[in-house]
Design a protein around this ligand. Structure first.
Ligand code: ATP
Ligand code: MG
Length: 401
C-alpha cells in the first residue's frame, strides 16, 4: 500500500476544552514511546487529530503498536494527495484497486473541511464514484452498508484518502490524569486495577509489602514480573518494596487475633499513604472487590479506610471475579498471578478474621501501641526498583528520594 501517514482520532479527550493542548502533547509522548524503534516517523499533533507520518517506516507494524496506546479512539492509514481533482481521482482509484476484493460493494464519503473548494460533497462523491465504476468492472455501490467506504477529506493544505478505521485502545493518554500509588500484591486483582488506572491516564507507582523470611524472594520476583507486564503500557514501572515483617510481628503480639487482619490492612494503608505523600501522588489504587474476602466487606472497608482521607480508588469494586480473571488473561498478568507463592497477608491471616470489624474496637486495640515509629522505619527501609519492558535487568535504587 502507498499509505504515507496514519490519522489518529482522539474521541473523549477532544471534549476537554482548555486542557486539550496538554492532552495532545501527552498523547504525542505516548505515541513516540510506543514507536521508539521507528526512528524516522514524524508525529504531528494538533487540536483535532494527530498524524504519524511514516517516512518510509513499516505501516503495518506501526498500526499494531498504535492499538495499544491509551487515548486513541480510532485511527486510519491515509494517503495524502494534492487537491487537483484528477490527482485525487487517480489516488482514490489506485487505493481502491489495492484494497478491493471481488464482489465487495462500496461507497464514497467526501468531507469538505475546506469550504472554498470549487465542488460540493455531492458533486465530489459523484466524480470519485463514477471514476471507479468506469475503471473497475462489475462493481456495486451500496450507500447503506458498504463493504468498503472510500473516505476523502479535503482540507486547506491537502486531501486525505482512507478506507479503513481501526479501533484504538480508548482511555486517556498516559499521565494525563495525574499520579497515584497502586497497592500491588502478587494476586490476580491488583495488576488488573493497575491496568485500568493506566488506561484512564493515571501515572502509577506500585507499593508492595514484603515479609521475609515468611515470604520468599520468588514471591518478590512474581511481583516484579507483574510490574514488568504493567511497564509495557508506559515504558517503565516503579515499584516500592516495603519491609513489613517487623510490623506484622508486632501486630501478632499487640492486637487480638480476630482483629489482626483489620489492623494489618490499616497499617498497609498508612504506610502507602506516607509513600504517596513523599512521591507527590494524590490517590491510592487497590484491587479490592466488594465482598470478595473478609477484608473487602463494606464493614471492613469502613474500618480500614478510617486511617486516611486520601482518595482510594477501587477500579474493580463492583466487578465479578470471572470478569476480573478474563481481563487479567487479556493483559497477560493472569499466569504470573496464579504462581503459587505466598503473600504476606495470607501468611499471617487468622483462622477467623472479623468480617464486620468495628472502627471503635480497632482504634481502641491500636491505641495501646505507638505504630508511628515503625511506619517511619518501614518507609525509610523501602527498596525502589524501576522495571522496564522485556528486561530482566533491573535498575535498583535503595534511595530514590
Ligand atoms: P489481589 O488479587 O490483588 O491480591 P485479593 O483478592 O488477593 O487481591 P486481598 O489479598 O484482600 O485480595 O488484597 C486486597 C488488596 O490489597 C489488593 O488488591 C492489593 O491492592 C492490596 N494488597 C494485598 N496484599 C498486598 C501486598 N502484599 N502488597 C501490597 N498491596 C497488597
Ligand atoms: Mg491477594
Amino acid at each position: 500500500m502507498n499509505y504515507d501517514r496514519i490519522l489518529i482520532r482522539y474521541g473523549e479527550m477532544s471534549t476537554k476544552g482548555r486542557n486539550r493542548s496538554k492532552f495532545v502533547e501527552k498523547l504525542s509522548n505516548s505515541i513516540r514511546g510506543a514507536l521508539h524503534d521507528f526512528p524516522k516517523v514524524i508525529i504531528k499533533g494538533n487540536r483535532d487529530r494527530t498524524y504519524v507520518i511514516l517516512n518510509g517506516e513499516d505501516g503495518k507494524q506501526i498500526c499494531e503498536r498504535l492499538t495499544g496506546v491509551f487515548g486513541i479512539q480510532s485511527f486510519s492509514p491515509v494517503i495524502k494527495t494534492g487537491k487537483d481533482l484528477n490527482e485525487m481521482k487517480d489516488a482514490v482509484l489506485d487505493l481502491f484497486k489495492e484494497v478491493h476484493h471481488e464482489g465487495q460493494t462500496f461507497k464514497i464519503t467526501t468531507k469538505r473541511a475546506d469550504k472554498t473548494y470549487f465542488m460540493d460533497t455531492g458533486e465530489l462523491n459523484h466524480q470519485f464514484g463514477s471514476h471507479i465504476l468506469q475503471n473497475v468492472p462489475n462493481l456495486k455501490v451500496d450507500v447503506k452498508k458498504p463493504d468498503l467506504n472510500m473516505q476523502i477529506e479535503i482540507r486547506k493544505e491537502a486531501a486525505y484518502i482512507s478506507c479503513q478505521t481501526i479501533q484504538g485502545a480508548g482511555g486517556l493518554p498516559a499521565g494525563s490524569s495525574g499520579k497515584a500509588m497502586l497497592m500491588l500484591s502478587g494476586g490476580i486483582d491488583s495488576p488488573v486495577a493497575g491496568f485500568l488506572s493506566l488506561k484512564r491516564g493515571l501515572d502509577i507507582e506500585g507499593v508492595h509489602f514484603f515479609s521475609p523470611p515468611y515470604t520468599s524472594e520468588r514471591a518478590k520476583q512474581k511481583v516484579l514480573d507483574l510490574a514488568e507486564k504493567l511497564s509495557n503500557f508506559n515504558g517503565r514501572f516503579v515499584v516500592h518494596i516495603v519491609p513489613f515483617t517487623e510490623i506484622q510481628q508486632i501486630i501478632q503480639k499487640q492486637i487480638p487475633e480476630n482483629y489482626t487482619m483489620t489492623t494489618t490492612r490499616r497499617l498497609m494503608l498508612r504506610i502507602t499513604d506516607a509513600i504517596r505523600a513523599k512521591q507527590e501522588a494524590l490517590a491510592i489504587v487497590t484491587g479490592e472487590s466488594l465482598g470478595q474476602v473478609a477484608s473487602q466487606t463494606i464493614e471492613s472497608m469502613f474500618a480500614i479506610n478510617e486511617v486516611t482521607n486520601t482518595p482510594i480508588l477501587r477500579p474493580l469494586v463492583m466487578m465479578d471475579k470471572s470478569d476480573i480473571v478474563s481481563l487479567a488473561q487479556e493483559i497477560g498478568t493472569h499466569d504470573i498471578s496464579i504462581r503459587p507463592f505466598e503473600d504476606c497477608c495470607t501468611i499471617f491471616v487468622p483462622p477467623s478474621p472479623k468480617t464486620k470489624p468495628k472502627r471503635e474496637k480497632v482504634t481502641h486495640y491500636e491505641s495501646y501501641f505507638d505504630f508511628e515509629p515503625y511506619i517511619q522505619k518501614a518507609v525509610d527501609g523501602i527498596e525502589t526498583i524501576i522495571v522496564k519492558p522485556n528486561s530482566n535487568k533491573l535498575d535498583v535504587f535503595d534511595e530514590l528520594f
